[in-house]
Design a binder for this molecule. Structure first.
Ligand SMILES: [Zn+2]
Length: 321
């Protein structure tokens, strides 16, 4: 069956992989393992191999019946060399990925960035079907995007295009993990919402969510935000609305600049918190230029948790390098 490929989603908290029929997007089977911070390159290879082996055993698929292994990973990569250059979330850098994996299984292997492959998944089988210019934006603890231009991923001069989370919305604003300040993701991400809620609680404002925030890390789950919004928690409603407003400012700038035929929004915050999605849309409509604004088309991503696996498998399709 020449239409099967293996897709691997290598993230900061898990390695998930699946056998995908790349003609239909159908998942034959998936398997998932939690990751910890990885020790060295051997550790990376071993964890990838053990997850893939488990998948093959569970699905009863012979690896020689597949087109190969596509891997989408967090962090910065060199696609040509198949190398992971820097991945702070995984705890490793300068790791060759495709060569050892390809050698071990004696089949082709390709590497892509996690947002790029999730966008590929939406292009083939999700909300980007039949479109040739769109942008997928994923909002979570950070904010990243994938760009499709003329039907293929637009990667940019250094392969890092799509860093919408690091467009600057506040001069001299909050410090960002990238080393800059005032970046969109420091105001519009889930981390930004948690920060605002936390500072409200510290000022003595009451909130139903106070026991759900991990004070040491400032992490809060999208579902907890959603239930606090539903219960009418004013502190949470204010923080979510403020972050969504910044997202709308970012989206309007993106639409004015790139004029895509569609914007696809994904990630836990979009899936779980309706208020964020609605407020971001409202702000975008207020800010966008009138001509591109007439064709405004913003929708939710369709592939959810499996976008990474399906998109990574799509790296094995011929027309994507
Ligand atoms: Zn930044």
């Amino acid at each position: 069956m020449a239409s099967l490929a293996i897709g691997v989603d290598l993230g900061g908290t898990k390695i998930a992989c699946g056998v995908v029929d790349i003609k239909t997007g159908r998942l034959i089977g998936t398997t998932k393992k939690k990751t910890r911070v990885l020790d060295d390159e051997k550790d990376v290879w071993q964890r990838l191999q053990s997850t893939i082996d488990e998948l093959l055993a569970e699905t009863n698929v012979d690896i020689n019946d597949t087109l190969g292994i596509g891997i989408g990973t967090a962090g910065m990569i060199d696609r040509k060399k198949g190398m992971l250059l820097l991945a702070p979330n995984l705890g490793v850098s300068q790791v060759s990925i495709t060569e050892p994996i390809s050698k071990h299984y004696a089949i082709p292997c390709r590497l892509g960035n996690d947002l790029e492959v999730a966008t590929l998944g939406e292009l083939e089988f999700g909300a980007g079907r039949n479109l040739n210019s769109f942008v997928c934006i994923f909002i979570g603890t950070g904010i990243g995007s994938g760009i499709i231009c003329d039907g293929i991923p637009y990667l940019g001069a250094t392969g890092t295009a799509g860093e919408i989370g690091h467009t600057i919305v506040v001069p001299d604003g909050r410090k960002c993990g990238c080393g800059g300040s005032g970046c969109l993701e420091t105001y519009a991400s889930r981390t930004a919402i948690a920060k605002d809620i936390l500072s409200g609680i510290e000022k003595g404002i009451g909130s139903t969510i106070s026991e759900k925030i991990d004070l040491s890390k400032g992490i809060i789950r999208s579902k907890a935000l959603a239930s606090a919004v539903e219960s009418g928690d004013q502190l949470v409603i204010g923080a979510v609305s403020k972050a969504a407003r910044y997202m709308g400012i970012g989206l309007a700038s993106l639409i004015n600049f790139y004029n895509p035929s569609r914007i696809i929004l994904g990630g836990g915050l979009i899936e779980a918190v309706g208020l964020y999605y609605e407020e971001a849309l409202k702000e975008t409509k207020l800010r966008v230029l009138s001509v591109p604004g007439r064709k405004l088309d913003i929708v939710k991503a369709e592939l959810g948790d499996f976008a990474g696996i399906i998109g990574a498998a799509m790296l094995m399709k011929n027309n994507h390098k």
